[in-house]
Ligand binder design. Structure first.
Ligand code: BES
Ligand code: MN
Ligand code: ZN
Length: 508
């Protein structure tokens, strides 16, 4: 979909649909909605009077203006989108409304549409931010993963052009900036969704690495290095390799670098993603039901690979490295056993209490590697624990940290992008659960506080480096379509990580 900013009058756009809006409780439409209402003989006012248009959030009314029924009115339809209560209006509402409209336009086979920015100026929302949220919502909400559907039941090619129209010429460059940022962020989130939605027989570690290389190729200043098992062996990444040894798919290490502040190498952040392309559990085999979502166990890896493409495009003044230690977790004659002890890259000995707690093993070596390479801050993103779903459900990503300032910045970035994050504690009582009788640490801490013990395990390898762990087990997949999140992979944390880098890079 192409989104463009244009100066002019909505009524004069020769498009399949003109999109206007209304707050709940409004008796008469104002602004651009009022102008359209007058152009079509007061139909919207009439529908409000009849109670058909109520302005409620999520409400969409289609008014057909076919065959030029109204003199000088060009759009073939008018779509009235409810914005909900004006007092509750925010950027998330803009994104949701815009997403719902974009999907409706696809359903009715519209290819071109024109809209006004919803609620610019309401509640202090700037024109640039409003246009950005509108474009973000449309692009993210319009996303569809249908490449394996060979037959389509209707014309669902989707929107070709969405034109954001504004009478005031002076706003158009602000709109343009907002649209461009939205396009960068949304295409990065869509890339992450694609990588996660792909089945595991396609998205192997090798394929994930190739996808990262392909994504980096088009972006100036972004490099992508792929390393193999031999390299991991030389580095002593035995925790990671223990997970990889059960699979016939070769492991791949993905390192993507963006240098936005080459003169200060220490002005950096490492974003590290869990990259298990399929998690069967290994010898601690999952029940079949528990495996259905496990092609997505690389969602953290997909998030960091995708985020750095957006970061390198938007160019904050700081250095960012994305790191993924990708592998499958499979049972086989060569698989790691329960009770094995492995020596992690850091030198710590780990007792394998459960081969299904594999993510933390790969992240242990990833964090050691990041620190060896000079990481000053680390944010890891991982579908780490089913316990995160039990604790927070599907609304919030769980955060853990050894650094109040960094985690506050991550939470703020998430808030700005509509990706809620909730911090959970790293208490010393839970930490004890990871103690091993025969090694330095074991990789599970029992049923209680499962997300916290998982985070503690990773924290052992973060040491004193400022670090945030984001457990996305509850948020990487959506089981139904809501707002700007279509069913399937959500691409969660791509826009948050990008925002974080922009925020950190803007300071000074
Ligand atoms: N990838 C899973 C966690 C997961 C579960 C993510 C559901 C998304 C949805 C992880 O590797 C895992 O298996 N964790 C175990 C840890 C346990 C063995 C300590 C879990 O959560 O049961
Ligand atoms: Mn597992
Ligand atoms: Zn896993």
């Amino acid at each position: 979909m192409k989104i463009e900013a244009a100066t002019g009058d909505l009524s004069k756009q020769a498009v399949d649909a003109a999109v206007v809006n209304i707050f709940s409780g409004a008796k008469r439409p104002g602004g651009a909605t009022g102008a359209v209402d007058r152009a079509i003989g007061g139909v919207i006012t009439d529908l409000i009077g009849r109670g058909e248009v109520r302005g409620e959030k999520g409400e969409i009314t289609v008014v057909h203006t076919v065959g030029k029924a109204y003199q000088g009115f060009e759009p073939a339809r008018v779509i009235v989108a409810g914005l909900g209560k004006q007092s509750e209006f925010d950027l998330d509402a803009v994104r949701s409304v815009s997403a719902n409209v974009a999907r409706l336009l696809r359903t009715i086979g519209a290819r071109t549409a024109a809209t006004v920015v919803h609620g610019a100026g309401v509640g202090g929302i700037e024109p640039e931010t409003a246009a950005e949220a509108l474009a973000e919502g449309a692009l993210l909400g319009h996303y569809l993963f249908d490449k394996y559907k060979s037959k389509k039941d209707r014309d669902d090619r989707g929107l070709e052009t969405l034109r954001i129209v504004e009478l005031d010429r002076s706003k158009s460059s602000a709109f343009q900036r907002g649209i461009e940022r939205a396009e960068t962020l949304s295409s990065a989130a869509s890339l992450a969704r694609d990588l996660v939605n792909e089945p595991a027989n396609v998205m192997t570690p090798t394929k994930l690495a190739e996808a990262a290389q392909t994504a980096a190729r088009g972006i100036a200043g972004l490099t992508c290095e792929i390393l193999d098992r031999g390299y991991a062996e030389k580095q002593g990444m035995r925790a990671y390799l223990g997970v990889a040894q059960g699979s016939v798919e070769p492991p791949r290490i993905i390192v993507m670098r963006y240098r936005g502040d080459a003169r200060r190498p220490k002005n950096n952040i490492w974003i590290v993603g869990k990259g298990i392309t399929f998690d069967s559990g290994g010898l601690s085999l999952k029940p079949s039901d528990g495996m259905t979502q496990m092609k997505g166990d690389m969602a953290g890896g997909a998030a960091v690979i995708s985020a750095i493409t957006a970061i390198a495009t938007l160019k904050p003044k700081m250095n960012v490295t994305a790191l993924v230690l990708a592998t499958e977790n499979m049972p086989s004659g060569s698989a790691q056993r329960v009770g094995d002890v492995v020596r992690a890259m850091s030198g710590k000995y780990i007792e394998i209490a459960n081969t299904d707690a594999e993510g933390r093993l790969t992240l242990a070596d990833a964090l050691t590697y990041a620190k060896q390479e000079g990481a000053q801050r680390i944010v890891d993103v991982a579908t780490l624990t089913g316990a995160a779903v039990v604790a927070l459900g599907h609304g919030n990503t769980a955060a853990f940290s050894n650094n109040d300032e960094l985690v506050e910045r991550v939470i703020a970035a998430g808030k700005q992008r509509g990706e809620p994050i909730w911090r959970l504690p790293l208490d010393s009582i839970a930490k004890k659960q990871n103690e091993s009788k025969i090694a330095d640490i074991k990789n599970t801490g029992g049923r209680a506080a499962g997300s916290i013990t998982g985070a503690h395990f990773i924290g052992e390898f973060a040491g004193d480096t400022p670090w945030v762990h984001l457990d996305i087990a509850g948020t990487f997949l959506a089981d139904s379509t809501t707002g700007w999140t279509p069913e399937g992979a959500t691409g969660v944390m791509v826009r948050t990580l990008t925002q974080l880098a922009l925020d950190l890079g803007a300071r000074r």
